[in-house]
Design a protein around this ligand. Structure first.
Ligand code: CA
Length: 228
């Protein structure tokens, strides 16, 4: 998989490129918006990781230019924290995903891989981790072989956790991903929603109660247990 990385901050470009290469991606890097646009418009890449603030031409303008020119290469935008306007503009211009700085390279890798699965058509309708199985088309969850009645939000939340088994996701990440933009950071909706999911799962398999696969990480967030 070939990735074009357009990022002018050498430190960030360095760790992102190294992290992606470690995972077996081929990475081409450029630090300038004009050069970035020229390369991106070739359509030779499987994905583009695009910073917004760039010398020459900014990331949003590059994205807009690409989409107008019919280049459909998936784009992940790197946005400054709190730049809500940029994220909304980016998504409306046709970005496939975004990541707010600072971020962990592992998170970016997970997003790129998810994008790759989606685009390459390898994307299966079902997602299984341990005894939990999600059918993403039918929007059905099965735990220990029995159907769990989840709301749309609960389904999205558990799917988000399941996509990164073993990794801790912070409340903010979960909020941004599952609830979108309009949230109050002090809200406890994530905890409430997790409790509801756990309760629904616990009501299944009575007699041999299975431990919830959703693990709380005190003061940070939640993790989907990596099952053997
Ligand atoms: Ca920049």
């Amino acid at each position: 998989m070939n990735i074009l990385l357009v990022e002018d901050e050498p430190k960030i470009a360095g760790f992102v490129a190294a992290g992606l290469r470690e995972q077996g991606f081929a990475v081409e890097h450029c630090a300038d918006g004009l050069d970035g646009y020229a390369r991106a418009s070739s359509g030779h890449y499987d994905a583009i990781v695009l910073d917004i603030m760039l010398p020459g031409r900014d990331g949003l303008s590059i994205l807009q230019g690409l989409r107008r020119a019919g280049v459909a290469t998936p784009v992940i935008l790197l946005t400054a924290r709190n730049e809500l306007g940029d994220r909304i503009t980016g998504l409306s211009l046709g970005a496939d995903d975004y990541l707010a700085k600072p971020f962990f390279v592992e998170e970016l890798i997970a997003r790129v891989q998810a994008l790759h699965r989606r685009v390459s058509g390898e994307h299966h309708h079902t997602l299984t981790v341990g005894a939990l199985r999600l059918d993403r088309l039918a929007r059905e969850a099965t735990w220990l072989g029995q159907s769990v009645d989840l709301t749309g939000r609960e389904f999205n939340l558990i799917e988000y956790l399941m996509r990164s088994p073993g990794r801790v996701l912070t409340r903010t990440q979960i909020l941004e991903h599952v609830w979108g933009y309009d949230f109050d950071p002090s809200t406890n909706v994530v905890d409430v929603c997790i409790q509801r999911i756990r309760k629904k799962m616990a009501s299944i398999g009575a007699g041999e109660p299975a431990e919830s696969p959703i693990e709380s990480v005190r003061g940070v967030g939640y993790r989907f247990r990596q099952l053997p």
